[in-house]
Design a protein around this ligand. Structure first.
Ligand code: SF4
Length: 356
């Protein structure tokens, strides 16, 4: 997990910051990603769900372990994954409900981060250090303290406590087509905790979404994927040097994980999201490269532009951190609409949307 961001100078030092100890290195792949040539998976129905289950078989949640700890087994995918996955799906979450994780906050009745009305669970900890991060307090992997020592960011919760919050609005999900979204920070930085929440939520028949960078070890990606209906994947920049400059980590592991998800036959919905940061990743070459990544995945190709905003700047002040982009302003609506139109014209079959 992460060090306290304040200890490494945060945004000012983000470009030089090495990848955090996230476990990603075990699957990291050098070289240009080029996802557009990823082979389409043969189907996104039950066979796909079975393949995802096979990929994550053996990833039991370590009961009683801290969510950020190394409790997930490194076992390779087990044979007979489809049956094993079906059995696990039918089992109650059991003692995994007692697993403890770090939660920044839980927002109810959200219309963001997925379809319908949603409860969004923001988990703490993130291996990235995006210069524009609007929730810097989510980067704390442990309880975070700002300028005011009385202001503590985040709390420890069990899976059962999180699920109890989510199920409070069950009736609204049903009527709005909504559900629960696990976000962050980076939710896969607490891979076991995230998978356990998703599994328990699915046991209630509630639709699930995960909002992630996919900068995580593949075992955490697939452990979560088995219980995920909608995967929202942020790609901040397709050029790895630029990605590293602005987020502190390379893009290759992210692209590699996304390709693996596509190849696994994941039957759910995938939305690629681009935080549209003027002058940083808004050039047309990057827009098109990102759109091609989305178009290269199986199933309907979806790309969502998330316009840069400055709502988190006040939090930097509260944390007594420097904001790395003090002069940057949100994009003009006309520029955003032009980007959407350009992408739609450039990549046939790609659905392009602006985030709400
Ligand atoms: S991935 Fe999200 S939470 Fe993490 S630093 Fe970037 S913007 Fe912040």
């Amino acid at each position: 997990m992460l060090n306290d961001p304040r200890a490494d100078g945060h945004a000012a030092a983000s470009a030089a910051r090495p990848p955090a100890a996230s476990g990603v290195a075990e699957g990291a792949e050098a070289g240009a990603p080029g996802v557009a040539d990823a082979p389409p998976a043969p189907g996104r129905a039950e066979a796909g769900r079975a393949r995802v289950a096979a990929a994550s078989a053996g990833l039991g949640v370590a009961e009683g372990a801290e969510a950020g700890g190394p409790g997930v087994a490194d076992a390779p995918p087990a044979p007979g994954g489809a049956e094993a996955g079906a059995e696990r799906a039918a089992r109650p979450a059991g003692r995994a409900l007692g697993l403890v994780g770090r939660v920044l906050r839980i927002e109810r009745a959200s219309i963001h981060d997925g379809a319908g009305l949603r409860t969004v669970v923001f988990l703490q900890g993130c291996p990235l250090r995006c210069a524009w991060c609007s929730t810097p307090e989510s980067q704390f992997a442990r309880p975070g303290v700002g300028r005011d020592p009385a202001a503590l960011y985040g709390e420890s919760m069990t899976v059962a406590e999180v699920v109890a919050e989510i199920t409070r609005d069950e009736v609204f999900y049903y009527h709005s087509g909504g559900g629960a979204t696990i976000s962050g920070g980076e939710p896969l930085a607490q891979g076991e905790f995230t998978a356990a929440i998703l599994k328990a939520v699915k046991a209630h028949g509630i639709a699930t979404a995960v909002e992630t960078t996919l900068f995580a070890a593949p075992k955490y990606v697939f452990a979560a994927l088995e219980w995920t209906d909608h995967l929202l994947v942020d790609i901040k920049h397709t050029d790895s040097a630029a990605h590293a400059r602005w987020t502190g980590v390379p893009v290759e592991p992210i692209i590699r994980n996304l390709r693996a998800v596509g190849a696994s036959g994941f039957p759910g919905r995938i939305t690629v999201r681009l935080p549209y940061i003027p002058g940083i990743n808004s050039e047309r070459a990057n827009l098109v490269a990102t759109g091609r990544i989305a178009a290269g995945l199986p199933g309907p190709a979806e790309l969502e532009l998330v316009p840069y905003h400055r709502l988190g700047v006040g939090t930097y002040e509260a944390l007594d951190w420097d904001y790395a982009l003090p002069d940057l302003r949100p994009p003009a609506r006309a520029d955003l609409m032009a980007a959407v139109a350009y992408l739609a014209d450039s990549i046939p079959g790609l659905t392009v949307a602006l985030a709400r």
